[in-house]
Design a protein around this ligand. Structure first.
Ligand code: GMT
Length: 390
């Protein structure tokens, strides 16, 4: 298939999922065209079968708000026509599904059919989509999509309830490449950990875009309580609006030497396996991709019991779940695990097993392929399989 993908190309779960999906689809033999305002950050531009099309947005002085969604619709229609795309897959409903709808209509007027699939990721529904100014158009674009998927059961139910959507929404969970996100060989791991911690010290990690919903200061609060019991270091990977609040808190608590702000990192698969535990105290997560990436590297997560997280983490088996804001309980559980190596090892094994058995890209990518085929069949634009001789 020739598939167009639109997403937010910057750091953020939906962009990561869209990019990894494109990489996996290209590896499976499809032709993938990314249509976004900048190259998705996990792409090198050298991947076989992947093409990138930048969306230029002109900044005429009259435009206080340059109309990116229109530029995106226009560029999508062009790319679809020139490269003969079979299908478009947009990640994050706002504004991508609206631009896709416009592109589909523009092409229809020229006698071409471009079905599009919208994948809902979370804040497009739970925060942004419920803003009155965005709700009607988001609901319309979701209803008009040729296919809609959500990354968890929770998000599907929340979309149906809050948006009163009647159409079918397919749950296709997030995934991780289990050959790329892997535990390290113990000797290599011990050597690499020395960059951050002494051999007898533990390492905790947090990975996010530091938005308020991630409650990064709860991560620091939790860690401050852990170091009272266990010598440890905290790696904070990512950047965003709450970084300075977290830095201030680390100084206020006098633990700044133990809290390492690493900023945005491209190869998180190299950092995650160094940790013993991940902290994800979010206010809400429709899935919690960071936790899954950690689990694939044998790092269990102390998380909040919110949204779609229980679909990934089973409390006491492959991680721990607590109410939002309960930093005391999260710290106690973390210290308890760090001081009980056998318990931590069992949980680390279970975490990797969950990632492998349920969320590996090898299991999830075929679900997307089958879904695309169904959408193409339903909309009357099925792609003929290419015979080896043709
Ligand atoms: O959480 C964010 O701030 C970013 C957001 C995104 O779309 O980039 O993340 C959402 O999508 C991720 C990938 O599907 C999920 O793993 C996150 O749980 C989800 N975030 C929320 O629901 C808050």
């Amino acid at each position: 298939m020739k598939i167009g993908i639109t997403c937010y190309p910057t750091y953020g779960g939906s962009g990561v999922v869209a990019t990894e999906l494109g990489i996996e689809l290209a590896a499976a033999g499809h032709q993938v065209h990314f249509i976004t305002y900048s190259q998705p950050f996990r792409l090198t531009g050298r991947e076989q079968g992947i093409f990138y099309h930048e969306v230029p947005v002109s900044n005429y002085p009259l435009f206080e708000y340059p109309p990116y969604d229109l530029a995106l619709a226009s560029r999508t229609a062009e790319v679809a026509e020139y490269y003969d795309l079979d299908l478009l897959h947009v990640h994050y409903a706002i504004p991508h599904s609206v631009s896709a709808l416009l592109a589909r209509q523009m092409l229809a007027a020229r006698g071409r059919h471009l079905p599009f699939v919208t994948t809902l990721h979370g804040t497009d529904i739970t925060l942004v989509g419920l803003d009155r100014s965005y709700l009607p158009i988001t609901r319309f674009a979701i209803e008009q999509s040729d296919g809609v998927t959500s990354i968890s059961q929770y998000l599907r139910e929340r979309t149906v309830k809050e948006f009163k959507i009647k159409r079918e929404i397919e749950v296709i969970p997030n995934f991780v490449n289990c050959d790329f996100y892997v535990p390290l060989d113990p000797e290599v791991r011990a050597e690499k950990r020395q960059r951050f911690a002494a051999p007898d010290e533990k390492i905790l990690i947090h990975l996010s875009n530091f938005r308020p919903v991630k409650r990064v200061t709860d991560t620091v609060e939790t860690f401050a309580r852990v170091v009272e019991k266990v010598p440890a270091h905290l790696l904070l990977v990512g950047d965003g609006p709450d970084r300075s609040a977290a830095e201030y808190l680390a100084h206020k608590k006098g633990i700044q030497e133990r809290v390492h702000f690493l900023g945005k990192q491209e190869s998180v698969n190299e950092l995650l396996p160094l940790a013993d535990l991940m902290l994800m105290p979010s206010e809400l997560e429709s899935f919690g991709l960071a936790a899954l990436e950690g689990m694939a590297c044998r790092v269990p997560t102390i998380a909040t019991n919110v949204g779609g997280v229980p679909e990934l983490i089973e409390d006491g088996v492959n991680g721990r779940l607590f109410p939002v804001g309960d930093v005391e309980a999260m710290a106690e559980a973390a210290a308890d695990l760090l001081l009980d190596p056998a318990k931590l090892e069992a949980m680390a094994d279970a975490a990797r097993k969950t990632a492998q058995q349920r969320f590996c890209s090898s299991k999830i990518i075929p679900l997307y392929e089958k879904y695309y085929e169904r959408v193409l069949e339903r909309t009357g634009s099925g792609v003929e399989p290419v015979s080896p001789s043709s």
